[in-house]
Design a protein around this ligand. Structure first.
Ligand code: ZN
Length: 99
């Protein structure tokens, strides 16, 4: 590689490609901003080791998601309340039988 004489244009292109390949910056699809990698949380399971969304967007999204899922859980619990009660009564009866 050292034998190559880079023109300023080539050097600029090389630097840009190197920059992109080392994931020094990353575009957040939620806020559409390109931010330094440090602005993203680490996520070992992802190909680039970072969460897809930047820190503020990631937090906002997980907060919304957990709120939504809590609401869904509450709805489900209400809908299946009678079912749960029956199961619970059954389990209690079993415990009493064992004792
Ligand atoms: Zn963002």
């Amino acid at each position: 590689m050292s034998a190559v004489d880079w023109t300023p244009e080539q050097a600029a292109l090389r630097d840009r490609l190197l920059d992109a390949s080392t994931e020094n910056t990353k575009r957040c699809p939620a806020c559409a901003m390109t931010k330094p990698a440090g602005e993203f949380y680490e996520h070992a399971a992802r190909h680039d080791g970072l969460t897809p969304y930047c820190r503020p967007c990631h937090l906002a999204r997980t907060r919304v998601r957990s709120k939504a899922s809590n609401r869904a859980k509450a709805r489900l619990a209400k809908a299946h309340r009678a079912e749960y009660d029956a199961l619970y009564a059954e389990e209690l009866a079993k415990l009493r039988d064992d004792a």
